[in-house]
Design a protein around this ligand. Structure first.
Ligand SMILES: *[C@@H]1O[C@H](CO)[C@@H](O)[C@H](O)[C@H]1NC(C)=O
Length: 264
């Protein structure tokens, strides 16, 4: 009978672990790439009413949303904003793609979001939809120069992190540093955006911060600070969390979730 000696057992274990680690990494990479255009949430603003078929409102809306040019400056920048009409027929259109999602990816997210918004909130004048890589809002309320605190989506990883494992100061520092960086870099691309990572013992924390370019740098900072405080119960001691809004967004994870790795 053949008995494995402790040495050969160990030799056998190492390659198996290595294969498992590679598979795990592979699955994780594929999963994060598949996050493209993942639907997260939507809201129909019932109190803003509905529009009638054939109305001037509908004509104006069509003019804004269609056609979607394959290459357009908006998608390159990753953001598009339009305002048409007035009073109850005002159309405020805001598309905000995540900072790493410009060009064809932004366009693709927009096309998906627009189709879904039509399906989920048919004929509503006010509606908003969140995708992993873009937010699209159509509304009768002109909120461009104000921070929108009402339409934020907060999501966190259900897994809690042991209190002794880390103090939250790691990701908080990173978020604050990235906010400063996003503001400093200004809005040459049409938005404030910064991404980075920090080391935590044996793991990395990856994060991003983004603000709409129509906000002042002070408001960008205020928005991020306010949302950290407001959603603290959902943000602290988690294995990753995010708050996504059209004024500001931030997210931290223990895995790289952005499409292009951005080093600080
Ligand atoms: C944040 O910035 C400070 C000051 O520049 C730096 O000392 C610190 O290491 C940074 N922390 C992170 C997590 O990026």
């Amino acid at each position: 009978m053949y008995i494995l000696s402790p040495v050969s057992k160990r030799l056998l274990l190492v390659p198996i672990l290595a294969v498992m680690a590679i598979q795990f990494l592979f699955v994780r990479t594929v999963w994060s790439l598949n996050m493209t255009n993942t639907y997260l949430h939507h809201k129909c603003f019932v109190d803003q009413g509905k529009f009638k078929p054939g109305s001037e409102y509908e004509e104006n809306l069509k003019f804004i949303v269609e056609p979607i040019p394959v290459t357009s400056e908006s998608f390159e920048r990753g953001t598009k904003m339009e305002m048409v009409g007035e009073g109850p027929d005002l159309i405020s259109f805001i598309l905000q793609c995540r900072g790493d999602t410009s060009g064809p990816r932004c366009r693709s997210c927009y096309a998906t979001a627009l189709a879904a918004l039509r399906r989920r909130c048919p004929r509503y004048k006010g509606r908003i939809i969140w995708y992993d890589q873009c937010i699209l809002e159509i509304s009768t309320i002109d909120s461009l120069d104000k921070i929108d605190y009402n339409n934020n989506l907060c999501m966190s990883n259900g897994k809690k992190v042991m209190a002794h494992y880390y103090s939250n100061s790691e990701w908080l520092d990173l978020i604050h540093n990235l906010t400063t960086k996003a503001i400093r870099q200004g809005n040459s691309k049409g938005m404030y955006y910064a991404a980075g990572e920090t080391r935590l013992a044996t793991e990395n924390i990856y994060a991003m911060v983004q603000c709409s370019f129509y906000l002042s740098s002070k408001d960008c900072e205020n928005c991020v600070r306010h949302n950290i405080k407001h959603y603290q119960d959902h943000l602290f001691n988690k294995q990753g969390a995010r708050v996504l809004g059209k004024s500001c967004s931030f997210r931290y994870e223990f895995y790289p979730f952005l499409l292009e790795k951005t080093r600080p």
